[in-house]
Design a protein around this ligand. Structure first.
Ligand SMILES: C[S@@+](CC[C@H](N)C(=O)[O-])C[C@H]1O[C@@H](n2cnc3c(N)ncnc32)[C@H](O)[C@@H]1O
Ligand code: SF4
Ligand code: SF4
Length: 431
């Protein structure tokens, strides 16, 4: 059974299905028990405890729906809570998949005063978090001032390739205590260096150790972008995170931007690879239950379903991206000039937040599952909510389409729901 509006589900056996069919709004529990007692030649009193227990589990699964009008995506959804900021486009590496493109051609870094102003505006407006990325943000000489200032008012995450993290860098970071996301695209030098360049695995690991030695181990997140070259190594990556004492790992799906756009065939993992990855990460490892918290970046996947009813996977309208030239984009995957909202050089954050362009785009993205014909009739639409709007845009040039993972997700939902249900039954039977 799937909830008509929320990402909730329950797998029933044959008797459960009969009870559900008898819940027609006309019969109470005694009437249901009487029908079943006639069908199975048992006394209603013998059947009643099972029927009550089943109805309770329906209630617990949130599947007893009261009469109320279907909820709509909130029209006030635009409220900027976070900024993803490219501190520079410069980089010391040339990773084969990098969406930032050619680091050598990078323009000047955004001026420090604009960045400090942005941090203050965000905090004044009630914003909560800032992610500093690049390029390689540690190439900026003034990164310590920026991180320190942001850390006084916001939750800070720094995305780094880890290769420039020395003991002294780690010490300065420890004074602020940001979350630090270090990219490792493989659990061994062959895989990682094949993507990020010779010697980079060793230097990233040195960086990680320096951060751990400085007391930042708990703040670390490993990040692996899934590609043909490394997706089969995901299980070893989780083992590596465990052995390094890193509490979180994030798997990002590759998106076709920058260097990854010109050669998708050379980088894209196959759907079979993704399927094995999903089964391993979510079903065998039971993501979230081990010592390492695992985030899978494939938006719309079952086990990360939003909890609140009007929550949506997509952070559009909640987070903006500021590139190294100061241009504001609705999302890191939608940095196409057509969607540019403005520039922090001449626009205040408040103006960006009230921009009709941002509002229109946000609402259009959130409404997709009610617009795309295939999604409207898809039984998994409340889990998936038409998934990430940017993927079909990058793949097909439109938001009004499903992405290349759509059929795959449908298969995964079904597989995951029945695997979890079977496991629960086995657990109950063994107790
Ligand atoms: C652009 S980098 C910037 C920070 C830093 N230089 C680093 O490598 O972590 C941030 C993250 O984006 C990931 N990334 C780069 N290009 C990507 C792409 N085409 N698709 C998905 N993720 C990508 C990187 O692997 C990295 O984990
Ligand atoms: S992924 Fe990070 S380290 Fe690699 S080239 Fe891009 S910005 Fe540089
Ligand atoms: S049709 Fe595809 S994209 Fe749409 S809701 Fe279903 S699984 Fe998601």
């Amino acid at each position: 059974m799937l909830h008509p509006e929320q990402p909730r589900w329950l797998v029933a056996n044959r008797l459960g299905k009969e009870v559900i069919d008898l819940c027609d709004g006309m019969r109470d529990i005694s009437a249901i028990c009487r029908v079943l007692s006639r069908r199975y030649g048992k006394k209603p009193g013998e059947i009643a405890p099972d029927v009550k227990a089943f109805l309770e589990s329906l209630h617990e699964a949130g599947l007893m729906v009261e009469d109320r009008p279907p909820s709509q995506a909130s029209p006030d959804r635009v409220s900027i809570r976070g900024v993803f900021l490219h501190l520079t486009d410069r980089c010391n590496l040339r990773c084969i998949h990098c969406y930032v493109g050619e680091g050598t051609k990078a323009g000047p870094d955004p001026p420090a005063d604009k960045i400090h102003g942005l941090i203050d505006e965000l905090a004044d407006m009630g914003g909560r978090s800032i992610t500093m990325s690049g390029g390689e943000p540690l190439l900026r000489r003034d990164w310590p001032d920026i991180v320190r200032h942001a850390g006084e008012r916001l939750t800070v995450t720094l995305n780094t390739n880890g290769t420039l993290v020395t003991g002294s860098v780690a010490g300065q970071l420890a004074e602020v205590g940001p979350h630090i996301q270090v990219s490792l695209d493989g659990p061994d030098p062959e895989t990682h260096d094949g993507i990020r360049g010779k010697g980079t695995f060793a230097s990233a690991l040195r960086g990680i150790r320096a951060l751990t030695d400085a007391g930042l181990g708990e703040n670390l997140i490993l990040s692996m972008t899934l590609m043909k070259q490394n997706i089969s190594k995901a299980p070893e990556m989780i083992d590596l995170a465990v052995s390094l004492g890193i509490p979180k790992i994030r798997f990002l799906p590759l998106h076709r931007q920058g260097r990854a756009r010109s050669s998708p065939a050379a980088l894209d993992a196959s759907l079979d690879d993704y399927f094995r990855w999903f089964r391993h990460v979510y079903l065998e490892r039971k993501a979230g239950s081990g010592p390492v918290e695992v985030y899978g970046g494939l938006i719309g996947f079952l086990l990360q379903a939003p909890v609140e009813f009007d929550e949506h996977w997509c952070s559009i309208g909640r987070t903006i991206v500021v590139d190294s030239a100061g241009y504001v984009h609705p999302c890191a995957l939608l940095m196409d000039p057509r969607f540019t909202i403005g520039n922090i050089g001449n626009m205040r954050l408040e103006q960006i937040e009230s921009s009709p362009k941002l509002r229109g785009l946000t609402l259009a993205c959130l409404a997709r599952s009610g617009i795309i014909a295939k999604c409207r009739t898809c039984i998994w639409r409340n889990f998936c909510r038409a998934s990430c709007p940017a993927f079909p845009f990058l793949e097909k040039g439109t938001f009004r389409a499903t992405d290349d993972f759509c059929d795959f997700r449908q298969q995964l939902y079904e597989d995951a729901v029945f695997t979890i249900a079977r496991r629960r039954v086995q657990n109950e039977e063994s107790q």
